[in-house]
Design a protein around this ligand. Structure first.
Ligand code: PLP
Length: 380
């Protein structure tokens, strides 16, 4: 039996989601742009999915566009804001996901990018953000993630949205880690763009959505046919979209119970680690406000620490050293390096879903006892 504790990288598909998708793979294969019955069936299913997503975030259906996932949605928000809204200045942070950071790096040199300072807890320096926003004359976009995918640190999105609104600044938030885990109401949250990715809440990979506030007019990032009301060309990923909507519906319906279950598991792991193991630190504010699916643990340096993830994998436990997208490279985490500088401690991100159990956490703890110094060992 394998234990999966890497849910911030991706989540397993919910069985109910698979059941909803299968008929659209087997039978309802029409192209939604076709006018015959099969086409109309596919079109109707997509529009029902759009309505369901819009209802859950309190948007209108004309504000929700399907994309290939979080990366595309974030690229779209940033690139279209520059190209179509005349944005000349972008305020962001060095802790953003690479799909934001690399998009910013690729922008025309005439767009100024200002980075908000980070404090030693990995939190944004809000006073610095305020001064950057208030000192902006050029048309500006703020792009800041709602929750960091490696540490789970949360942004006070409502406060930032109100700050941007008061200063006439556009706001995009990469909400990929929080969508489906926290409630969203864009009637109450003054924001221009947010993004969602189905595979972070037990939906399929390669599909997501972007909310674009009805007051902003942008053009498509991907050109071609007139799909998605001329906003995103390409034949729609129908079964992906159906699965996305079903997964989002379940995530919203079960949000409170999932949250309680996951929060309890995370606290149990954090407390057990502190009780039993030597010199444990956390880069997640697990006892305070944070993305409840993530616990980033910093282990002290030891001869085994570089092999920690490998040893856990051999013991049947999947966890991660940082963002899944950079795990193929040896560079380490840009987030942890930005917060702590170069360190010989070893960070491991455990990330949970409602499918995890206390028994699994107990098995993780026994696997750790074999490779990490316990307090008893330290005293001996
Ligand atoms: N933004 C954040 C914060 C993420 O964690 C991820 C996924 O790792 C993405 C964006 C990219 O989403 P996707 O995998 O759907 O392209």
């Amino acid at each position: 039996m394998r234990i999966y504790l890497d849910n911030a990288a991706t989540t397993p598909l919910a069985p109910e989601v698979i059941d909803t998708m299968v008929p659209f793979m087997r039978e309802h294969y029409g192209n939604p742009s076709s006018i015959h019955a099969q086409g109309r069936k596919a079109r109707a299913a997509i529009e029902t999915a759009r309505k369901s997503i819009a209802n859950h975030i309190n948007a209108s259906i004309g504000e929700v566009f399907f994309t290939s996932g979080g990366t595309e949605s974030n690229n779209m928000a940033i690139c279209c804001a520059v190209r179509d809204l005349g944005v000349k200045r972008i305020i962001s942070s060095p802790l953003e996901h690479h799909c934001v950071l690399h998009t910013l790096e690729g922008l025309d040199a005439s767009v100024e990018v200002a980075m908000v300072k980070i404090n030693k807890n990995g939190q944004l320096d809000y006073a610095h953000l305020r001064s950057l926003v208030e000192s902006s004359d050029a048309p500006t976009l703020v792009t800041l993630m709602h929750a960091n995918n490696e540490t789970g640190t949360l942004l006070d999105l409502q406060m930032v949205a109100e700050l941007c609104q008061a200063n006439g600044v556009y706001l995009h938030s990469d909400t990929v880690q929080t969508m489906g885990h926290f409630p969203f109401d864009v009637e109450k949250l003054p924001i221009h763009f947010i993004s969602g990715s189905a595979h972070k809440f037990h939906g399929p990979k390669g599909v997501g959505f972007i909310y674009v506030n009805g007051n902003v007019q942008i053009k498509p990032l991907i050109n071609g046919g007139s799909q998605e009301r001329n906003m995103r060309a390409g034949t729609e990923n129908i079964y992906g979209i159906i699965g996305l909507a079903k997964a989002f519906e379940l995530a919203n319906k079960e949000m409170d119970s999932r949250r309680k279950q996951i929060t309890d598991l995370r606290s149990y792991l954090a407390k057990s680690l502190l009780d039993e193991f030597a010199d444990i630190k956390f880069d997640t504010d697990w006892a305070g406000e944070s993305l409840y699916t993530v616990l980033n643990v910093s282990f002290p340096p030891s001869k085994n620490s570089d092999l920690l993830l490998l040893n856990l994998d051999i013991a049947g436990i999947a966890a991660s050293g940082g963002s899944a997208c950079s795990s193929g490279s040896d560079k380490g985490s840009h987030v942890i390096t930005e917060i702590h500088g170069k360190t010989d401690r070893k960070n491991i991100r455990f990330s949970f879903s409602h499918y995890n159990t206390k028994e699994e956490i107990d098995l993780l703890l026994s696997a750790l006892r074999k490779v990490v110094a316990t307090k008893k060992v330290e005293m001996a």
